[in-house]
Ligand binder design. Structure first.
Ligand SMILES: Cc1cc2nc3c(=O)[nH]c(=O)nc-3n(C[C@H](O)[C@H](O)[C@H](O)COP(=O)(O)OP(=O)(O)OC[C@H]3O[C@@H](n4cnc5c(N)ncnc54)[C@H](O)[C@@H]3O)c2cc1C
Length: 190
């Protein structure tokens, strides 16, 4: 880790995200908290550089509202009770920008395929999007919690690899190969 101007090593790094064009307002990333506002004001001012900051908004806990996808959704992200309804994004139990956008694309493709009388697309579970959707549609419905994309969702490799970097490369390679074959089939069906 780099040394700061004073020569000491920082032991924590805060991300400040610019929130206005002029650069006067910054969001403190990861500060969703239940602390009372007075306490937040006191504690955040202990952070070097923020002693004189003006706080325009304090941190609050956010709550994800989501459906019980393992019970109500098919692997095509279609609502079992009404196939004309598709779910994607946060409400379906994925978390994150990429995850929400990716499931939105799958749901969009499937909505169009339904309208044109084609079978829905179900992505291979060895791909990250496929494994995410497999998770949200097959997880234990009693303990269902939103999930981010992560390598732990993918089915294990046939040959276990101890080295993490090599293992992740192997997962990626397997997904790309599967996706290539899948795309060929998918394009043929159009
Ligand atoms: C404080 C915070 C920080 C985050 N930081 C990150 C991050 O750094 N990286 C990351 O990947 N993810 C982050 N996330 C998570 C990410 O924001 C969400 O996972 C993602 O935005 C969900 O996308 P979505 O399209 O499913 O839902 P949303 O982005 O919530 O979009 C839903 C939309 O539907 C609209 N809507 C709601 N009800 C109705 C209605 N009845 N009629 C019409 N419209 C309606 C809402 O106004 C909203 O525009 C963060 C979330 C929070 C709360």
């Amino acid at each position: 880790m780099h040394q700061n101007k004073e020569g000491s090593k920082p032991y924590a790094v805060l991300q400040l995200r610019q929130e206005d064009i002029e650069g006067r307002i910054y969001g403190l990333v990861g500060f969703q908290t239940r602390l009372r506002w007075g306490e937040q004001d006191r504690i955040f001012r202990l952070i070097p550089g923020l002693e004189k900051a003006e706080f325009v908004r304090y941190g609050v806990m956010h709550r994800n509202t989501y459906i019980n996808s393992p019970i109500v959704l098919t692997p095509a992200l279609q609502f079992k009770n009404n196939p004309r309804i598709f779910f994607a994004g946060q409400i379906s139990g994925v978390e994150g920008y990429m995850e929400s956008a990716a499931t939105g694309i799958v749901a969009g493709i499937n909505a169009l395929r339904m309208l044109t009388g084609e079978n829905p697309v179900v992505l291979p579970e060895t791909t990250m999007i496929g494994s995410l959707i497999t998770f949200i549609t097959t997880a234990d419905p009693d303990n269902f919690q939103p999930v981010n994309a992560n390598f732990g969702l993918l089915p294990p490799l046939t040959q276990p690899i101890r080295d993490k970097k090599l293992r992740y490369q192997a997962y990626t390679q397997r997904a790309l190969e599967k996706m290539d074959k899948f795309s060929e089939l998918f394009l043929k069906s159009l």
